[in-house]
Design a protein around this ligand. Structure first.
Ligand code: GLN
Length: 487
């Protein structure tokens, strides 16, 4: 095995035992980036020089015998919609192509000085999409099969980790953008409870749905990243003021007596039978490991997608109004101010972003507000109540993460509805604000399949424990993408 193929916790042990240095690890990842980035295109910006400096500083600390944090010296990638002080943050949009934030997102501050950042990862423009094909620069590729997409919108964050171009990464999830790419690339992806992780410095897409979370190679690394980033932040008025548990304490291989619910509405028409088979097999395993299964109904699931595609664009149309060529970002020349606004926004936003701005503006406009936006909010409440009722009976819910495995590059890019349908299993979780994790649970035609485990609000611990128990009794997480096989 090569250093870039280890998990963060394995590397941390090697560091502690002084078998390798942070510089060794970082150099291995940087060399890997040089070797495969041309094929994978996971990054928009690489920060190789500062990464090496950070690694040297960690080694010096270890030499001095100082205590280091669990992610110290372990190279990570950051989705390029998370503000990084002095490092370009583009949101994969031409409108922010040269934007250098004068401040760090709270998650960057929390990760702290010891962490090694190797780059800013590609995404669908402003996180709108499910394949990274909407990136304003270029699509990323799936390291399991370069003719397929790595999912999205955090596709670059997932592709980087799957290819060995980072050991862990941060993504953001508004309707599935952490969990779906994690599923397509055989990784673990957690969307925390809304308010668990600060959104300060995350460039807003749909503020009532957005959350930052980890994409990692196993559940243990997921717990470590959560420990680093979770917690109340006075700079985010929607962050929740409660204590954060030590998530590594939830890494317990035991689900005896755990009540799992299987919502029948999540096994939708059009689902790949191989995906369904893998999920049903995983559920049988969880039962064999001591869980109690209840089949339940969440009747409003079928309306969640439509509600999301009104609420998210409505919020986006408002959030993206700030890109007007005045304060920051791209500015086109114009004859007068209105002409300048028009040209700036026409030239620099991509097709999908424009589509959402128009959908959202329409849904919010006078005369249509009640019929569309307000109605969608009411549906959101009904979806949330489905979860409340389900969690009176069960501890966690199990569903597929996505209806299929990774699809071909170009297959859905001309059909927005087909693309939106990939999110049917993940979107209700964002509407309800509850936490959800995707873990690998099988393969179909050599491509990974993801299982989603959904938990009660602020109960990330139970989904981590369930995920960990499943992982420890399987070895899907140990397989490396073929691109990653070292000959
Ligand atoms: N694919 C979904 C969308 O396009 C979700 C995106 C996300 O979670 N950022 O809106």
């Amino acid at each position: 095995m090569e250093l870039f193929q280890y998990t963060a916790h394995q590397l941390q042990n090697l560091l502690k035992d002084k078998e390798v240095s942070a510089v060794d690890i970082t150099k291995a990842v940087l060399a890997r980036m040089d070797a495969v980035e041309g094929d994978v295109k996971a990054y928009i910006t690489q920060t190789q020089d500062s990464a090496l400096e950070q690694a040297k500083a960690v080694d010096a600390k270890i030499q001095r015998g100082e205590v280091i944090s669990p992610l110290a010296g372990i190279p990570g990638a950051i989705k390029d919609n998370i503000c990084t002080l002095g490092i370009k943050t583009t949101c994969a949009s031409k409108i922010l192509a040269d934007f250098v934030p004068p401040y760090n997102a709270t998650v960057m501050e929390k990760l702290g000085q010891d962490t090694v950042f190797v780059g800013k990862a590609n995404l669908d423009e402003f996180a709108m999409g499910g394949s990274t094909e909407n990136s304003g620069f270029y699509p990323s590729r799936n390291p399991w099969d370069l003719t397929t997409v790595p999912g999205g919108s955090s596709g670059g964050s997932a592709a980087a980790v799957a290819a060995g171009e980072a050991i862990w990464s941060l993504g953001s999830d508004t309707g599935g953008s952490i969990r779906q790419p994690a599923a397509y690339t055989g990784l673990v992806g957690l969307k925390p409870t809304y308010g668990r992780v600060s959104r300060y410095g995350l460039v807003a897409f749909a503020s009532s749905l957005d959350q930052i979370g980890p994409i990692t190679r196993d559940v243990t690394d997921c717990a470590h990243v959560m420990n680093a980033i979770a917690g109340y932040d006075a700079k985010d008025s929607t962050s929740i003021k409660v204590d954060v548990p030590d998530y590594t304490k939830a890494l317990v291989n035991n689900i005896k007596g755990l009540k799992i619910g299987l919502p029948k509405e999540y096994f939708v028409a059009g689902m790949d039978p191989e995906v369904e088979k893998a999920i049903r097999n995983a559920i049988d395993q969880l039962v064999a490991l001591g869980a109690e299964l209840t089949e339940i109904s969440m009747p409003h699931t079928e309306y969640a997608l439509s509600a999301y595609y009104l609420i998210a664009p409505a919020e986006a149309s408002s959030n993206l109004a700030r890109y007007d060529g005045v304060g920051f970002g791209y500015r086109a020349a114009g004859n007068d101010i209105v002409d300048m606004y028009k040209k700036t926004r026409s030239q620099a936003f991509g097709t999908e972003v424009k589509r959402r701005i128009m959908l959202g503006t329409y849904a919010l406009s006078s005369g249509y507000y009640d019929a569309y936006y307000l109605r969608a909010l009411k549906v959101r409440t009904l979806v949330k109540q489905d979860f409340d009722r389900a969690f009176e009976k069960v501890d966690v819910l199990i569903t597929p993460t996505a209806p299929t495995t990774a699809f071909k590059v170009g297959e859905k890019s001309s059909d927005p509805l087909a693309m939106y349908l990939q999110d049917v299993c993940t979107i209700p979780v964002n509407l309800a604000g509850v936490p959800g994790i995707s873990i690998p649970c099988g393969f179909a035609n050599g491509l990974p399949i993801g299982m989603q485990i959904i938990g009660k609000p602020l109960d990330e611990e139970t989904i981590i424990r369930t995920a960990y128990t499943f992982e420890q009794n399987n070895d899907y997480h140990k397989r490396f993408a073929p691109l990653g096989e070292v000959k």
